[in-house]
Write a protein that binds this ligand. Structure first.
Ligand SMILES: [Zn+2]
Length: 412
């Protein structure tokens, strides 16, 4: 067994296993924590003035949209549209890729988003049979059910930018900067094909999914192809991240959106954060669990590390929270099985085959999270609010037996 040494950051809980790549300084502090300090050091008024200047070049004089904003019924969508429309005074075209794993809360948020901001929204519904084929293939091949969602969410805005001649795309946070400090905020990095390929798509482009058995063919994947550089350059397409111009803080931002617009949040089984991914049955459940099996960390580690960096909790409290959630078994797997037409045993078999045994064992976990298996199983899941201020939940997913993916949401 490979017993390679895993380094854990002295401040947060990220380790040298982080799939986005991470570096450590001589004091054992990770690059994510180091770059986070810029949030306290940079002149953010100045940085916001740079953003104003940048977007002013894209104000449409002919009544066209000024920019494209990719949205979902969860995450930072409300804050991004609020900033773009109400602070920067732009007229955005909202675009949404239908991931089909939609919760009632997500659909409700998306409807609220459209009406609260009085924006047009374009929704892409790829043929569900192709999406199911792709999902079965990515699950089997690299233990991922989310490839189609991320591929769709990252390509549809770019395709729309070209087809509608709206060159500016405005995203929220750059995950490589937020999590692992891949770049300084001052570098103002923009959307790139390379980052999408390496990190968003786990190294698999749409064409890589075509197989010799012809179970997936061109007709299934063409909508996930990223436009070529010639087309991007010809149309001057660029995608910027608000987090390079605003000191990004998802908790504060979400609480503001709950207050102003009634954004809906909910409690989760595998993390304490009640605001992220409320629109999806799978992201915080089976997708997160697969990530845990493959990489030894999960979303609760992201959330705890973020809260430590924002100085709202210390490491000791963070550890308690991680212990509470990280081993919880995913919910809603029956919905996924039904949607994919596979049985539960087959799903379990595939999921377990992605256990990365080279570092996924109690010895290593103990090193990373100082886990004590006795504690993990004795502690029962309770609300995150026991540990942290805020992170309130103002709704529940319908817990009735009628629970089902909302494949096409009414009113959207
Ligand atoms: Zn760190």
């Amino acid at each position: 067994m490979n017993k390679r040494k895993i380094i854990t950051c002295k401040k947060c809980f990220y380790t040298s296993n982080h799939p986005l790549g991470i570096t450590f300084d001589e004091n054992g502090i990770c690059s994510g924590c180091t770059i986070h300090e810029e949030k306290y050091e940079l002149d953010w008024d100045y940085r916001f003035s740079l953003l104003r200047k940048l977007v002013s070049q894209y104000k449409s004089k002919k009544g066209n949209y000024d920019c494209i904003v990719p949205v979902t019924g969860g995450n930072d969508s409300f804050f991004i549209v609020h900033t773009v429309k109400n602070i920067l005074g732009l007229n955005p075209l909202l675009v949404n890729y239908n991931k089909y794993f939609n919760t009632p809360i997500g659909i409700s948020n998306l409807t609220n988003l459209r009406t609260s901001f009085n924006c047009d929204i374009l929704i892409q519904n790829v043929n569900p049979n192709s999406v199911k084929k792709i999902t079965r293939e990515t699950l089997r091949r690299f233990g991922n059910i989310y490839w189609h969602c991320i591929a769709g969410q990252t390509v549809f805005p770019v395709q729309t930018a070209i087809s509608h001649k709206i060159p500016l795309i405005i995203w929220g946070a750059h995950q490589g900067i937020e999590q692992v400090g891949m770049f300084s905020h001052k570098h103002e990095v923009e959307m790139s094909r390379r980052y999408r390929h390496n990190h968003d798509l786990f190294g698999y482009e749409a064409d890589d999914l075509i197989d010799n058995l012809n179970t997936i063919n061109d007709a299934d994947i063409w909508q996930y192809r990223y436009p070529d550089d010639h087309l991007l350059n010809l149309n001057g397409i660029r995608g910027i991240y608000l987090s390079n111009y605003i000191p990004w803080d998802p908790k504060t931002q979400h609480e503001m959106m709950v207050e102003i617009y009634g954004y809906k949040s909910r409690e989760f089984n595998r993390t304490f954060d009640t605001y992220d991914f409320v629109d999806c049955y799978n992201y915080m459940e089976i997708h997160d669990y697969l990530k845990f099996l493959k990489h030894g960390y999960s979303k609760v580690v992201d959330h705890v590390s973020r809260e430590i960096r924002h100085k709202r909790i210390d490491k000791k409290k963070g550890l308690k929270i991680i212990r509470k959630y990280i081993f919880n078994k995913p919910l809603y797997t029956d919905l996924l099985c039904e949607w994919l037409s596979i049985d539960k045993l087959s799903l379990d078999y595939v999921v377990n085959s992605f256990h990365n045994k080279s570092y996924w064992n109690y010895d290593v976990m103990k090193d990373s999270y100082e886990l004590n298996s006795k504690n993990i199983y004795q502690e029962k899941l309770t609300s995150g609010s026991n540990y942290l201020e805020g992170f309130t939940s103002n709704s529940t997913i319908n817990q009735d037996l009628t629970e089902k993916y909302i494949t096409i949401g009414k009113g959207c």
